[in-house]
Design a protein around this ligand. Structure first.
Ligand SMILES: [Zn+2]
Length: 207
């Protein structure tokens, strides 16, 4: 695909938006007050807005390899801080996806250079849930389950931050763990029981 195609596409997109609402870009330029903070994977097949059916302005978005929230990652933490404290998002979504290359790589015993410290965090998720995962004999199912458990652990990592704890207490900020099933196109709500998880861990992580 030549980049000139992209600019042609962009012209068409502008025309389409303006035909629906002549003030579309005037309104877009004014301000943002997104309802969602979406943290997802960089995978090219998993687009945030498209799969959620939302428009520009509705979600503040952060994507990295395997939708990780790592305690010393200034990038992710800055995004969370800004979204929660300044944009006052009402809901945070961590969205993983099946067939995630980052999760797959973490399941293999390979030296992947600069990716090692990043993937180590997924290996830590495996260690935390080793009993359950090792009990799954079929590799694809074990891989799927690790994708789900990784989403769950990243949700917990979000809750470990002081900004999020404060917003949960003060204004009922909610956290959701989802998986995008790339094989069917469907979003799956993991319906993580945060109350139960928090009961067990807040004595350690409360700020
Ligand atoms: Zn991925």
């Amino acid at each position: 695909m030549h980049v000139s195609e992209i600019f042609k596409n962009n012209e068409k997109w502008v025309t389409d938006k303006l035909s629906l609402s002549p003030d579309y870009f005037k309104n877009l330029a004014r301000d943002q007050s997104p309802e969602f903070l979406y943290i997802g994977c960089s995978d090219s097949r998993v687009t945030a807005e498209e799969l959620m059916g939302i428009e520009p302005g509705q979600a503040f978005i952060h994507r990295n390899i395997a939708n990780m929230v790592i305690s010393i990652d200034l990038n992710a933490l800055s995004v969370i801080h800004y979204a929660v404290t300044y944009l006052n998002v009402k809901q945070i979504v961590i969205c993983g996806h099946y067939n995630c290359g980052g999760v797959k790589a973490a399941m293999q015993a390979d030296d992947l250079g600069i990716l090692n410290p990043w993937l180590r965090n997924i290996r830590d998720v495996y260690r935390l849930h080793r009993e359950e995962l090792n009990g799954i004999t079929e590799e694809q199912l074990r891989y799927d389950r690790l994708v789900e458990l990784n989403v769950q652990e990243q949700c917990i990592n979000v809750i470990k931050t002081a900004d999020v704890q404060k917003a949960i207490r003060q204004r009922g900020l909610t956290i959701h763990g989802w998986v995008f099933d790339i094989r069917s196109g469907r979003l799956i709500d993991l319906k993580i029981d945060f109350r139960k998880i928090l009961e067990n861990i807040m004595e350690i992580y409360r700020l």
